[in-house]
Ligand binder design. Structure first.
Ligand code: G4P
Length: 529
């Protein structure tokens, strides 16, 4: 395929993820986005933690029980002239590692903020992650059907706490019971809100022009309040600047209610108009691969086991960076140095799978994985480079895992290695004994692992406490020094799920002593896949 044709497909695509604090409304907004993308007919039928119904993006058992998103799902849908890929990120703070890797696969993010609560701690953490790549951010101030905080104060808080400039694109007229709608600052239009329309795409009720006398007839005293406020807003806040937005320094802000399905379309319009098309990605030799490069390339950012209980398989999620995927094509898997023919890549409509014939940069395809694909793997049309920047983080919590039925040791190890490939957890096997140590970044991961071991591998395991404070991946330029270290520090060494040598420290003091004692050894907090 020629570069020009690929460039045309690239120009259509927007690949983004939603970041928010739990309960700010990410699931609800996802549902409304799918409604606008005509992927579901009627919202409200797929969501509701309390009613026992679930949004389309939450399909695993764990998620359903707990009402949180453990997995990342991918949803593709057309919106206007564009083709949008929405990557769902796990909502719970324990899954930061998984979320981090998902954020390497998108080109922009939507930040959802609960207008009554403002900036919450999980949002702060996620914004730190997006900062690592200066990802452009759009903002949705949610829950305007409730009494929210003063909008100017909210913008101020975002600017101060998250250190990003705010440019309001829409401005709310009242909130809670008195929520009348929004004024679109760029279009000079008032869009009126109607209650009870949250489950469908609404007919828009627009009044053109802030000075239009019709506004006074429709919203009464709110009209003059609005005019005053807009004057203030125009004077006090930033106007939209696309360059600053693309640099991750300014965020366009939209107000609305996800539940009432109001304002989500304004945000989507902004996404399509301004968010970046699929961006280049860096390789380990310091080059960047551009999306309109004709040769195929992509990287795996996520592995998901047993997505469909009927299939019992594992799927590797690959973000296409350049070129084109075509059914039946040969790809080069750089880490193992082999060519593989892929004839059954998947696309996802949140758990509904369908086979794709073609896919382009920005798209995510699912590759069936029989244990040969790992997170971070690069696939190319034949070239040998690897994409960089998808790390593992050293876990901070450790437990020894033990079987209830000792005969199932092999199954346990298999399950743990597969779950660690997937990035759900990390597993360490000490050099000097047969312990199995599970390491996690967040405590909820432990529960997930035991649950999944039981349901997917049929092994019942329990945890025991273990005296481990932290882990570091070790390496050295000198083979000799590494060998010596291996002998002398054997009692503290283990192999991780990918057989990489790891130093397991009983305390932070122990770690710093080891670092002092072995200056030729590097102790790394992250490991690039
Ligand atoms: P999350 O994925 O970010 O965790 O949030 P989610 O969409 O699940 O929303 C959290 C709660 O906030 C839900 O209520 C949801 O209905 C509600 N919500 C989302 N958007 C709005 C909005 O614009 N206005 C109002 N008033 N509420 C909103 P819940 O009671 O926890 O669950 P449910 O059983 O009602 O679904």
């Amino acid at each position: 395929m020629s570069n020009a044709l690929i460039a045309k497909e690239v120009a259509k695509r927007r690949t983004f993820a939603i970041i928010s604090h739990p309960d700010a409304g990410k699931t609800t907004i996802t549902e409304k986005v799918l409604l606008h993308g005509h992927q579901i007919q009627k919202a409200g039928t797929v969501k509701g933690k309390k009613s026992g119904q679930h949004a389309k993006s939450d399909w695993m058992e764990m998620e359903q029980e707990r009402g949180i998103s453990v997995t990342t799902s991918v949803m593709q849908f057309p919106y206007g002239e564009a083709l949008v890929n929405l990557l769902d990120t796990p909502g719970h703070e324990d899954f930061s590692e998984d979320t981090y890797r998902t954020l390497t696969a998108v080109d922009s993010c939507l930040m959802v903020i609960d207008g009554a609560k403002g900036v919450e701690d999980r949002t702060i953490k996620l914004m730190e992650v997006t900062r690592l790549r200066d990802t452009p951010i759009l903002t949705f101030m949610n829950k305007l059907d409730r009494d929210i905080r003063d909008p100017l104060e909210l913008l101020d808080e975002v600017e101060q706490v998250l250190n990003i400039l705010c440019a309001p694109i829409t401005w709310p007229i009242g909130s809670g019971k008195n929520f009348k709608g929004v004024y679109h600052l760029l279009r000079d239009e008032v869009i009126l809100y109607k209650t009870g329309q949250g489950h469908r795409i609404q007919e828009v009720d627009i009044i053109k022009g802030l000075d239009n006398p019709e506004l006074d007839q429709r919203i009464g005293v709110y009209a003059d309040d609005l005019r005053e406020q807009i004057e203030l807003v125009n004077g006090a806040s930033n106007s939209f600047d696309k360059e600053l937005f693309l640099a991750g320094e300014l965020t366009p802000v939209f107000f609305g209610t996800a539940l009432g399905n109001f304002g989500v379309d304004h945000m989507l319009d902004g996404l399509v108009d301004w968010a970046p098309v699929p961006q280049p990605r860096e390789t380990d030799d310091g080059q960047a691969v551009a999306a309109d490069n004709a040769a195929f390339s992509g990287f795996v950012f996520k592995i998901q086991a047993n997505m469909d209980p009927k299939h019992r398989d594992r799927v590797a999620f690959l973000r296409i960076v350049s070129g084109q995927y075509e059914k039946g094509m040969k790809m080069h898997q750089v880490r193992v140095g082999k060519d593989v023919r892929i004839s059954d890549a998947l696309t996802f409509l949140a758990g509904d799978r369908s086979h794709v014939e073609q896919a382009y940069p920005g798209d995510i395809i699912g590759l069936h994985n029989h244990g040969t694909i790992q997170i971070g793997d690069t696939f190319t049309g034949g070239e040998k480079f690897k994409f960089s920047g998808i790390p593992n983080f050293a876990p901070e919590l450790f437990r020894r895992i033990r079987l209830k039925d000792p005969l199932k040791q092999k199954q346990l190890l298999k399950g743990l290695v597969q779950l660690s490939e997937e990035g759900a957890v990390q597993v360490f096997r000490p050099l000097i004994n047969n312990d199995l140590i599970v390491g996690a970044v967040g405590v909820l991961q432990f529960d997930v692992v035991v649950h999944r071991l039981k349901s997917e591998y049929n092994v019942e395991a329990i945890y025991e406490n273990i005296n481990v404070a932290t882990a570091r991946w070790v390496s050295s330029d000198s083979e000799r020094k590494l060998d010596e270290f291996r002998r002398k520090a054997e009692a503290n060494l283990a192999l991780d799920g990918g057989d990489n040598l790891t130093y397991i420290a009983p305390s932070m003091v122990n770690l710093s002593l080891a670092q002092e004692r072995y200056p030729e050894i590097s102790f790394s907090h992250t490991r690039e896949h």
